[in-house]
Design a protein around this ligand. Structure first.
Ligand code: ATP
Ligand code: MG
Length: 421
């Protein structure tokens, strides 16, 4: 159908775009405060990057990618997330040679073949940050703080921060084996996805959303009990730092995230009123990713926030600001003969940064006054034939109702004086 967009996509209509701009501005302000700089990467990448960077056993790679072959027979994929692409750009542009710690952020559309429903779309938007270069827990704490402070600044409370450590290539294999032997006899009770995860990526069974799988893994051993000294120390320091910063968190041993390259810290922020789509932010450390992509071994940590879900949460809580539609002047020419003068005045006001509009619909004064009130306009400049002949317009102050005959050249001054009051 030509008049229907593809399933899972959504138009951001003029009436809603100010909400997006509001969130984007809040994001940019907080990134400036924390000194994260924007990086803009393409919306498509070589498919290979995501296979490597996200992991072949993840839902994203197995079921959700928009992959196509271009006319040059290359396999390309619309980005389903942006960490891999940021790492690709970090390597390609040797950002590691510029500074020891790269603090980056992005905002943009992502694409996943998900099952569309409230808070879940096929084209959706993420804001995310990546800090590349530091392995210490302080940067983990900063990254989490940025997410928490952003959501707070937007006015959202009732948020829950869940925290876990998923270990590292040293200690994870030990845990993996323990988990496998625990689940060994229960595999026939798992969903088919989890049955295939058992060998390939058993930790993912822990975060399967199906009830029967959750039941089976109920008493499973926990990774936090199997961490090596380094991971364990890193985790306790992070918890200490968050406590120092006054951030509340809940330990969640089931939080393993979908991605293979995650090491140590894993976290998620949930906003419960969103129901099944309650995850608004997911992130973690990925010390293995840069090397996996062929670069010099570099630790990293980041998160991604789903902007549509934030928007839903803000709508639910009535936290979105009113759109700013007010204008300074509405110019009302009385008759088409006055349009030339009206247009000249319009141009002049705009050149002087005064928000002005004129009647382009060639309507009568009644409609024009109504229109002016809709914005609302602070002034209406009525251009009648007699006044125009003297180079004057009737300027009506819509707040006081006072109108006076003003020389065209003085309008700007009058309005600016009023703005200063
Ligand atoms: P979920 O379990 O809800 O599918 P996820 O683990 O796939 O989430 P991440 O890959 O961690 O999500 O992405 C980070 C954030 O992006 C999520 O917390 C969510 O807010 C948002 N997000 C993910 N997929 C979608 C989607 N299809 N539509 C809208 N937002 C999404
Ligand atoms: Mg998902």
């Amino acid at each position: 159908m030509l008049v229907t967009g593809p399933r899972g996509t959504k138009d951001i209509l003029p009436a809603a775009s100010s909400n997006w701009q509001y969130i984007e501005k809040t994001v940019r302000d907080i990134c400036r405060l924390y000194l994260y700089k924007e990086i803009r990467t393409p919306v498509f990448e070589h498919t290979e990057l995501f296979l490597r960077g996200i992991g072949e056993t993840t839902d994203i790679v197995e079921k959700e990618m928009y992959t196509f072959t271009d006319r040059g027979e290359r396999s390309l994929t619309l980005r389903p997330e942006n960490t891999a692409a940021v790492v690709r750009s970090f390597l390609e542009n040797k950002l590691y040679a510029e500074t020891l710690l790269n603090k980056l952020f992005y905002i943009g559309p992502m694409f996943r073949y998900d099952r569309p429903q409230a808070g879940r779309y096929r084209q959706f938007h993420q804001f995310g940050i990546e800090a590349l270069g530091s392995k210490g827990p302080a940067i983990d704490a900063e990254v989490i703080m940025l997410a928490v402070q952003l959501l707070k600044k937007l006015g959202l409370d009732d948020l829950h921060l869940y925290l876990n450590s998923v270990g590292c290539p040293e200690c994870r294999p030990v845990y993996r084996e323990k988990l496998q032997s625990y689940l060994q006899e229960k595999t026939s009770n798992l969903c088919t996805d989890c049955q295939s995860r058992f060998d390939r990526n058993p930790m993912r069974i822990l975060d399967c959303k199906k009830e029967k799988c959750a039941e089976q893994s109920q008493g499973a051993p926990q990774i936090v009990d199997c961490l090596c000294d380094e991971c364990s120390e890193h985790f306790s320091q992070l918890k200490e730092l968050l406590t120092l910063a006054g951030v509340e968190f809940t330990l969640n041993p089931r939080l393993v995230r979908g991605l293979d390259y995650y090491t140590k810290t894993a976290f998620e922020i949930q906003y419960a009123p969103l129901g099944a789509q309650s995850a608004v932010c997911g992130g973690g450390r990925y010390d293995g990713l840069v090397a996996e992509c062929g670069g010099p071994s570099t630790p990293g940590i980041g998160f991604a926030v789903g902007i549509e879900r934030i928007l839903l949460a803000l709508e639910k809580q009535n936290l979105l600001p009113e759109a700013a539609n007010a204008i300074d002047v509405f110019i009302a020419p009385m008759g088409t003969a006055m349009q030339g003068m009206a247009f000249a005045l319009l141009c002049n006001l705009r050149e002087n940064s005064i928000t002005a509009e004129m009647d382009f619909m060639e309507k009568g004064i009644k409609w024009q006054m109504k229109q002016a009130n809709k914005y609302p306009a602070r002034f209406v400049a009525i251009i009648g034939e007699d006044e125009a002949a003297q180079g004057k317009v009737m300027l009506k102050n819509m707040q006081t109702g006072v109108q006076e005959l003003v020389d065209v050249n003085e309008i700007q001054q009058k309005i600016q004086l009023d703005m200063e009051d």
